[in-house]
Design a protein around this ligand. Structure first.
Ligand SMILES: Cc1cc2nc3c(=O)[nH]c(=O)nc-3n(C[C@H](O)[C@H](O)[C@H](O)COP(=O)(O)O)c2cc1C
Length: 199
């Protein structure tokens, strides 16, 4: 399906202009069904060679979240502890194993090329992380992305056992239904003239 019309202003507000990063959460759970629908949207975003290197560990219980808290920078503890779900978004450094199903001819391009595998994993899993935030918003969820944590510690505590040893944490994303009462004013963004050039 080719897309030829812009979405309505309401939808643009919902996804971009009025969407915020949240640190406080309503006491409202996120169902497993919603998490599955979220992934069904995320997986449709494009990746190079259809590599699909993003992997997600959803922490939904207090016990699971408790294991994560010691690895967080102090300012990120409260917002993560109270979030209904914490998503650990990881790069699967062994993503080529899925090429037979995802894109068979691509397997040969990556064979034995560790730098290309690493670059592809990081770039595309990060892009999928962006799709994750937008997909969550599309489903009426709010996000609080987090990069302030000890990556080595998270990998050790969550991804050191088979079959997860090839997962390397990229960033965390708290998800739930945000409490807008404590939001600080929006920070400015760079204007077109600063951030873009037209050649
Ligand atoms: C990848 C990523 C990492 C972030 N890491 C943190 C973090 O460690 N702690 C935090 O409080 N906010 C973190 N943020 C939130 C940003 O500060 C926030 O998205 C930005 O200031 C824009 O806020 P707004 O969406 O409300 O306009 C992160 C955001 C992203 C996308």
């Amino acid at each position: 399906m080719a897309l030829s019309v812009p979405l309505s202003n309401d939808v643009l507000d919902h996804l971009f202009y009025k969407a915020r990063s949240f640190v406080d959460w309503q006491d409202k759970p996120v169902s497993l069904e919603t998490l599955k629908t979220l992934y069904d949207l995320v997986k449709m975003g494009p990746t190079s060679a259809n590599s699909c290197p993003l992997r997600i560990l959803f922490l939904t219980t207090d016990a699971a979240k408790q294991r994560l808290l010691p690895h967080l920078h102090e300012g990120n503890v409260a917002q993560t502890k109270t979030a209904p779900v914490v998503a650990l978004l990881a790069n699967d450094m062994d993503f080529p194993q899925h090429f037979p199903a995802l894109f068979p001819v691509a397997q040969a391009w990556f064979q034995g090329n560790a730098p290309l595998i690493e670059e592809t994993a990081i770039r595309n899993a990060s892009m999928q992380g962006g799709y994750f935030i937008m997909a969550a918003r599309a489903l009426g969820l709010d996000c609080g992305p987090i990069s302030g944590f000890d990556a080595e510690g998270v990998n050790r505590d969550f991804f050191s056992e088979s079959p997860y040893t090839s997962w390397k944490i990229n960033f965390l994303c708290n998800i739930g239904y945000g409490d807008a009462r404590t939001l600080k004013p929006r920070l400015p963004r760079l204007p077109f003239e600063t951030a873009c050039r037209v050649g």
